[in-house]
Write a protein that binds this ligand. Sequence first.
Ligand SMILES: Nc1ncnc2c1ncn2[C@@H]1O[C@H](COP(=O)(O)OP(=O)(O)OP(=O)(O)O)[C@@H](O)[C@H]1O
Ligand SMILES: [Mg+2]
Length: 143
Amino acid sequence: MRVITNSPDETKKIGFKFGKLLKPGQTVCLYGDLGAGKTTFVKGIAKALGIKERDIMSASFTIISEHEAEIPLYHIDLYRIEKGADMDTIGIYDYIGGNGIAVIEWAEKIDIEDSIKVNINLVSKDKREIIIEGINEKDWNNM
Ligand SMILES: Nc1ncnc2c1ncn2[C@@H]1O[C@H](COP(=O)(O)OP(=O)(O)OP(=O)(O)O)[C@@H](O)[C@H]1O
Ligand SMILES: [Mg+2]
């Protein structure tokens, strides 16, 4: 499915709607250039899980941020990790497929077998194209 947003708030709202469809154990892989809006989208997901938006930060040094909630959110940012790095050592897999939801920025750095994929493309200053693969379109439309 494909959505166009025209502001950060709209991207958060799409993230919120998307977040409401997520189930414990699911992994979301986020793709998109610097400043595309990945973290903005994660803020919307967080809100859907009852986590404060402002607790979601562009983690420049933190690779994994854990957010406790009924369904915990594991916000993972692989920007600083080299492609081909040993993800076992970093401990990423401890957060995948458990009782929470793992959301991974710069997910091209890792191979996850079963995940929902979200591509965010920078169209112009405030316009973004968001392409979501791996959710049921009927569920989305019925929200
Ligand atoms: N439609 C939009 N959706 C999302 N962000 C937008 C939009 N229009 C403008 N922006 C701006 O783009 C920037 C997106 O930043 P954000 O940190 O979410 O990107 P990112 O993809 O996480 O970047 P990074 O790769 O550095 O982690 C913000 O400054 C936001 O205000
Ligand atoms: Mg980010």
